[in-house]
Ligand binder design. Sequence first.
Ligand code: FMN
Ligand code: SF4
Ligand code: SF4
Length: 266
Amino acid sequence: MEIFYYSGTGFTLTTMKTFTALVKEDVRIRPIVQLMKQGERSSAAETVGLFLPMHAFGLPRAFREFLKRFSFPRASYIFALVTRGGAPTKIHREIDRLLRRKGCRLAAFQYVTNPNTFDIIFPLKMEQAVIDARNRAEEDLQAFAAQVCRREAGINRGYRNRFHENVTFPLMKWMSRATGYFNLQKDFYADGNCTGCGQCEQVCLSGKIHLEDGHPRWNKAVSCQYCLACLHLCPVQAIQVRNSKTAERKRIHHPDVDWRAIAAQK
Ligand SMILES: Cc1cc2nc3c(=O)[nH]c(=O)nc-3n(C[C@H](O)[C@H](O)[C@H](O)COP(=O)(O)O)c2cc1C
Ligand code: SF4
Ligand code: SF4
């Protein structure tokens, strides 16, 4: 079994690790950021797992690019697990559509609900949200791991809201993508609390951040992946977004994951 993953703040990474411990099979774990950088373009695995967070009611941009460029010529069973803040969307269809372009299809799907790391809009309920998410994830993951071990098909979508999934969310998804998350990548800056430690440069999954004279700069020529690793993993909460409430809001990342594990995806 080969698993491909992407994680900005550790929730997907932790879910993936818990899952691999449950399946009790040999698993090869591949960070997609590294694979794309190294130019690898196909997998010889027969069973393939995709682990990703939901971004703007759909796939994170980096994962969409990965599925467009990568192929799975020998895969007979492909499953996906998506971590999310709670929105009931049709992301499994988007994954399946991209796989079908390569002659494959999505056999099994599971959501795991976490705190929403897009805290620029949504205020975070930190500690309790992490505990609740852990409890829910354990139950969902055990059932899904058993399903995957049996190589059983099945799309497990849980709670649904047909109006939102057919009307509101597709519209918001289109708006987020068309505007680049409302120009978010142009609005990052480090405030006076910055110590110049350089961790934001290390975790930035797109290589957009570089330190100049001990201060982070976001390179306009490099496209942001909107992973929010920089915002949430700065040890002194110095990264802010202009015209937003980030200065008042908490930061979040999975408590079992630190910046090194995120940086190791590159
Ligand atoms: C840019 C961005 C957009 C997001 N959009 C959604 C969304 O549309 N629906 C949702 O349920 N969660 C959304 N989330 C929340 C994440 O999917 C969720 O917190 C996920 O578990 C984070 O995983 P990670 O720590 O592995 O990156 C978004 C997070 C980010 C950073
Ligand atoms: S991680 Fe935070 S403190 Fe460290 S250089 Fe970046 S902005 Fe400054
Ligand atoms: S700038 Fe921040 S949000 Fe954008 S890719 Fe880098 S770490 Fe992620």
